[in-house]
Ligand binder design. Structure first.
Ligand code: AMP
Length: 462
């Protein structure tokens, strides 16, 4: 994470209790998005924030919100502010931010997310909450049952708007916005700004101030990522284990494209005596929380997951990412490997690629503007050569190369976020409702350019 060491949190106009809480957490300087956004939010202006997770964006809105809301009191069922998040995990992390920075304020917050008991959520709403953190589907559900009144919302935050678009939540967002008072403060965050998101921002925001940060380059420079070519999918296990033994894996995510593969991969990893667990969208919320906490507390070394976990999970010090499968969408590659190499620590990512993946690999390389190095040793198909030609299918021949002989590496890093797609409301079209992880392979489809110029610098560097 990059900091301007001349700027302190005191310079940003935050109250003494928030500053005290920040001191307790141990932050010394605001991140660029915090430095830019906090004073503007405190002026009660609308903000259009272009920032990815990992930039300190959550604190950029939670800290000033705590101060703005400090004065008033919430009535039963009438929250005073609303934060919309695309996933349950992300919503939970936002709630943790309020716990941390709001510890010297008597503010209350509630989480309204799917997959957990509605009764408790309703009880919390009845008590009156200052900050409601919600996923769109459950919020509309409770609103429809008359359990929430949105007439007192003074601040609306939309977090990860581009992710909401991916997940088919835009109609829900529009519906929710139509239920809110027109006079309010709106903070709108997105990592990218495709035309649909720009349109939405134009509709929701009034004279916004745009704040924008590029992805942190300290993260960037520290991720080494490799392709591991295998001739057949069934050879991935052996290749994984070979690499696992020679890398110093503190902890790792393994991403699979299909939920049904996650069980098999997890079983295989466990059979090697490695502590592993799963994280995917079909698990109960409570199981997912247990798995994630076990991973965060180092009781589990490897988490085998679907793209549910690809964005935003805030896990400190992850050393490795393995892509069991080349992701269907090129931009998911960026998100997946972005789980590691955070905050100045090194991280390493390995992507297992079969000859069938050559188009998907070519798309990733096109997106990131460079070739991914092939990791030496073991089995190596000739995907590289075919990627260069970019149109022809690779020949089914295999090249053995000498192992590159890397010594043990220690990775480490922190923080990204993500989580389970909520159910979109009934009004959302079925095509749009299809969750990311259930999508069919799109080999051959043109890169949709979601990332565009926002590809992190580390992926562009040679
Ligand atoms: P976010 O971009 O909101 O996901 O934040 C990413 C990570 O940065 C989280 O682990 C935060 O605890 C951490 N963080 C946020 N602000 C700061 C700061 N000013 N100094 C150091 N770490 C921070």
């Amino acid at each position: 994470m990059e900091f301007k060491e001349t700027v302190t949190f005191t310079d940003l106009g935050l109250s003494e209790p928030v500053l005290r809480a920040i001191k307790d957490v141990g932050y010394e300087h605001p991140t660029p998005i915090q430095e830019q956004a906090i004073p503007i939010v405190l002026m009660c202006r609308d903000v259009l924030g272009l920032a990815q997770t990992g930039t300190g964006k959550t604190a950029a809105f939670t800290m000033p919100m705590i101060d703005i809301l400090a004065g008033g009191r919430a009535k039963a069922r009438m929250p005073r502010s609303l934060i919309l998040s695309p996933t349950r995990e992300l919503a939970a992390q936002i709630a943790e931010n309020f716990d941390q920075y709001g510890k010297y304020h008597p503010l209350t917050h509630a989480l309204i997310v799917g997959g957990t008991s509605m009764d408790e959520q309703i009880r919390n709403l009845d008590r009156g909450v200052d900050v409601l953190i919600a996923t769109p589907g459950r919020l509309l559900d409770l609103f429809g049952r008359g359990k929430i009144l949105l007439a007192d919302i003074k601040i609306l935050v939309i977090d990860e708007a581009d992710r909401m678009l991916d997940m088919g939540f835009i109609p829900d967002l529009e519906k929710i916005a139509s239920l809110l008072p027109p006079i309010r403060q709106t903070l709108f965050f997105s990592a990218t700004m495709p035309p649909e998101i720009k349109k939405l921002a134009d509709r929701f925001l009034v004279n916004p101030k745009t704040v924008s940060v590029s992805p942190p380059s300290s993260t960037a420079a520290n991720v080494e990522h490799f392709l591991v070519n295998v001739s057949h999918a069934q050879n991935k296990s052996a290749e994984f284990y070979r690499i696992f033994l020679q890398e110093d894996v503190k902890n790792a995510f393994i991403f699979c494209n299909r939920k049904r593969d996650i069980n098999d991969v997890c079983k295989f990893i466990r059979s090697k005596g490695i502590k592993a667990d799963k994280l995917h969208g079909d698990m109960e919320q409570s199981e997912r929380t247990v798995a994630l906490n076990a991973f965060k507390n180092d009781q589990v070394q490897v988490l085998v997951c679907s793209d549910v976990a690809a964005r935003g999970l805030d896990v400190q010090g992850m050393s490795h990412v393995f892509n069991w499968d080349v992701p269907f969408h090129a931009e998911d590659y960026v998100h997946r490997i972005g789980r590691t190499g955070r905050a100045g620590a090194t991280g390493r990512a390995f992507t297992f690629s079969t000859p069938n993946d050559f188009k998907a690999v070519a798309q990733i390389q096109k997106l990131i503007g460079k070739k991914i190095n092939v990791f030496g040793g073991g089995e190596n198909a000739v995907v590289e050569a075919s990627v260069e030609s970019n149109t022809e299918k690779p020949k089914q021949e295999h090249k053995k190369t000498e192992h590159s002989g890397r010594g043990n590496r220690r990775g480490g890093g922190r923080n990204r976020r993500g989580g389970k797609p909520e159910q979109a409301s009934a009004k959302t079209s079925p095509e749009k409702r299809q969750s990311h992880e259930d999508r069919q392979p799109i080999h051959g489809e043109e890169n949709n350019g979601t990332f565009g110029a926002d590809v992190p610098a580390f992926l562009k560097k040679g």
